[in-house]
Ligand binder design. Sequence first.
Ligand code: TRP
Length: 331
Amino acid sequence: MTSKKRVLSGMRPTGRLHLGHLVGALNNWVKLQQEYQCFYMIADWHALMSEYEDPKGMAENSIEMAMDFIAAGIDPDKSVLFVQSHVPEHLELAMVFSDITPLGWVERCPTYKEQLREIKGRDLTTYGFLGYPILQAADIALYKANAVPVGVDQLPHLELTREIVRRFNALYGKAIFPEPEPLLTKTPKLAGLDNRKMSKSYGNFIALSDKPHEIEKKVSQMITDPARIKLKDKGHPEVCNVFSYYAIFAEPHLLDNVRDWCEGAKLGCTECKKSLAKILVGYLEPMRQKRANISEEDVRDILKEGAKKASRAAAETMAQVRSLIHFVQIS
Ligand code: TRP
């Protein structure tokens, strides 16, 4: 493999990927392929931590996720695209990290406390879920990743990763693991179609695999400026969710027109949303075409190849780790 710096990132296959994932992460992942040796992972072990009561969708979600990655521009010839559970070393390294991580570090993790508080309807007070960031640290360290593209919500996990690898390096007297840097995406957060946080559980998103008529229907139901009831009422783009979508997906010169339609009461919200739907359908069109050209069979082959490449890197790291922790070797 090349001497480029390494990137690793992952997503949990808990549902369909949506526009928020695309502008918040995937587009950036695609760009990073030019500069880094990238490892992109479908984090099924992490998904199981929250979906263990009903994991039925996991296999299908994993395949669909890989398809979305590829359709978005992750190139399996440049990057290693794989499923976490296909490389068992993730769990081995997580075990080592579990042994060296003080309980307080994981108990105090802000995302842990927040999720226990916020996520209703499932029991997350499990041993495995407490170890979520430890497994994530292992994901990153296993490939000696220098950088990790993540959203701000993941920063505590990255900080913990840095602390864990620092502790490992210090304990065993050899700095085999780099301290990974976060690569934050600058794109503003995309709100859900109903103005709430875009989320699988609210069903308020446009999936990357949605068909044009589905996109049109969803956009037509978007909430606009509540003060603009009649066509003649002047609107306020700055409070309109539809406008915030234009701001991200429309060509800049069009944005002034849209502002004028709204503030000048020149075009009704229904028409404005139709025009947005057209833009979004066009934006996702290249992905739709790519998707149509990949079969599930192709995806499985790509994941098989990815698992092989990832395993090679993972085995190298684990050999070093085993030697540093003085486990007996028999060959
Ligand atoms: N925790 C990440 C998320 O929920 C997913 C993830 C698992 C990850 N392992 C990772 C992200 C390693 C970056 C690096 O989005």
